[in-house]
Each structure stands twice: as C-alpha cells, then as structure tokens.
Design a protein around this ligand. Structure first.
Ligand SMILES: [Zn+2]
Length: 188
C-alpha cells in the first residue's frame, strides 16, 4: 500500500503551469518535467569532478541558454526589466525552486544582486554530500539560468557570479549579475 503524498492546496506556479490532455505539463508554450534536486546535483557534481572548470562553464552555458529562452518568452507576460525579474522570482518561489531573501538593483550600472535562502542546487548538493562543506560555490546551473533570465528580461547579456553559497557554509546563496563587458569574471 503506497502512502499518497499530496501537495499543499496550492496551484503549481500560481496556475501558470497546466497539465494537458496527454498528461504533459506546459507553461509559456514549453513542456516541463520535474526532477529531484539530487538528480541534477549528481549530474553537475559528476561532470565537474570529471572535467573541472570546463564542465562548470558548459553547465553554466546550458543554464544560460535555457534561462534566456524563459526570459525572452516571459517578456510578453511580464514586460521585461527588473519587474520581470521580480515576477520571475515569484514564479520560481511558487514552483518551490527557492525563496529569495533579498534583491537589489542598481539602475545606473544595471547590476543585480539576489540572495536566495538556499537554491535547489545547494539543497541537491546537501543531499548528495550530507554534512560536507564545499570549497567552491555549487549553484552553477542556477547562476547560468538566472543570468540567462536576466539577459532575456533586459535584452542585453548578463553574466552571473555566485559569491556566497550555502554549500560552502554561507548563510545564503548570493548571485551578482552584471551586464557583460562591465567586469571580467572567471568561474573558480
Ligand atoms: Zn549556492
């Protein structure tokens, strides 16, 4: 006899995600699936373990191109700019992908700083490596995804760096987003 797990009485993604007649999940004219955080953290961890910084850059770019699609498609719903970023983050929260603690935006430089209580990627690393502190920030896919989302929202290329990470023992996962060309950044 299986115990049935029922989600809280809340619609997924504030009703923006719909299950169609083929039992596929769709939102923003795209199909979606849901993975455990451990699966994605395991993939990232194994690729980085095997290939080091090369894998980090590729995982970041994979996140970026996916996030860019989201950011581009959301402009018609959320209107672009920092308001879109805020609505996107609300959507992320509503999907259970992580709650934001703080967001700062400097209009003159275009710089955005976002603190997550803990990203799903850090949660996944915590499951894969219980009780271990990582030397470097682990939320590579998130960094790419949100840089891509910001690039779509602002229609200019953003780069992300995770400067604090729960996986390292920091209190939050903090991402700094800078318009490309403003600073030179290296993934450690
Ligand atoms: Zn992190």
């Amino acid at each position: 006899m299986y115990e049935r797990y029922v989600m809280a009485d809340r619609q997924l993604g504030a009703g923006m995600f719909q299950v169609n007649d083929d039992d596929e999940i769709h939102a923003f004219n795209r199909q979606w699936v849901f993975f455990s955080v451990a699966l994605l953290a395991n993939m990232v961890d194994r690729l980085v373990g095997l290939l080091g910084p090369v894998a980090k850059r590729q995982i970041y770019e994979a996140g970026f191109s996916s996030g860019k699609i989201a950011g581009d498609r959301m402009r018609q719903y959320f209107g672009g700019g920092i308001d879109q970023i805020k609505q996107h983050l609300d959507l992320i929260k509503n999907m259970g992908w992580g709650r934001v603690k703080d967001i700062q935006y400097d209009q003159s430089s275009g710089k955005i700083v976002i603190d997550f209580h803990r990203t799903w990627e850090a949660a996944g690393f915590g499951e894969v490596h219980p009780g271990e502190k990582q030397k470097a920030a682990t939320c590579i896919l998130c960094a790419g995804l949100y840089a891509g989302a910001a690039s779509g929202a602002f229609e200019k290329t953003y780069e992300a760096e995770e400067v604090l990470c729960v996986s390292k023992g920091d209190p939050v996962c903090r991402f700094e987003f800078t318009p490309a060309g403003e600073i030179k950044k290296v993934l450690k």
